[in-house]
Design a protein around this ligand. Sequence first.
Ligand code: CA
Length: 229
Amino acid sequence: MLKPKILIVEDEINISNFISATLNANNYMSEIAKNGKQAEVMISASVPDLILLDLGLPDMDGTEIIKSVRAWSNVPIIVVSARGLEQEKVEALDLGADDYITKPFGTSELLARIRTALRHSSSKGRTADNKIIVKDLQIDFDKRIITLKGNIIHLTQIEYKIITLLGENLGKVLTYDYILKNVWGPYANSDNQILRVNMANIRRKLEENPAEPVYILTEVGVGYRMVEL
Ligand code: CA
């Protein structure tokens, strides 16, 4: 079971430490960025599963981060905002933030927002219990496990991200570039070798005959597509 990785972008150490401790105690992994520049570096080095974003950062407006992330990724973003700054929240949502939480907030409210944002990050094609099922393959987004004929497939974080990204876009071709950016970040090496290597490993784990895949198809010269039933 892989823990979702959450990036906390927050310059007030008391708050970021509180959030981080809360997340770590509730089965999430967390990382802290103290300013906008640091956040941009961390996001593009390895895309988190969710971003908790304080809008009032010392070096830039948090909305700048929403703009730059939304140019290449749909990773859920929850904005952390001060009471009374409603216009700021509206602007953040218009720019593509998924939700907001108002300071000061409690643990249960924070965790509820995170659960919802992770669940809604893409719920297309999912069963009521938040799974995607294709033939004998089952992606369980709540437990973060993937099974084939009921057996858990052991995956790396990267392999899991690739499969779930394709699963969230069932039936749709995703370009090499789109996958590279969403899994490795916007500065991913644009040659597709690293993706090809990972896909070969995924197919060895998923497919009965990796040379004739039935779950993830290659669209030559374009990208990959997970078949829809
Ligand atoms: Ca702040």
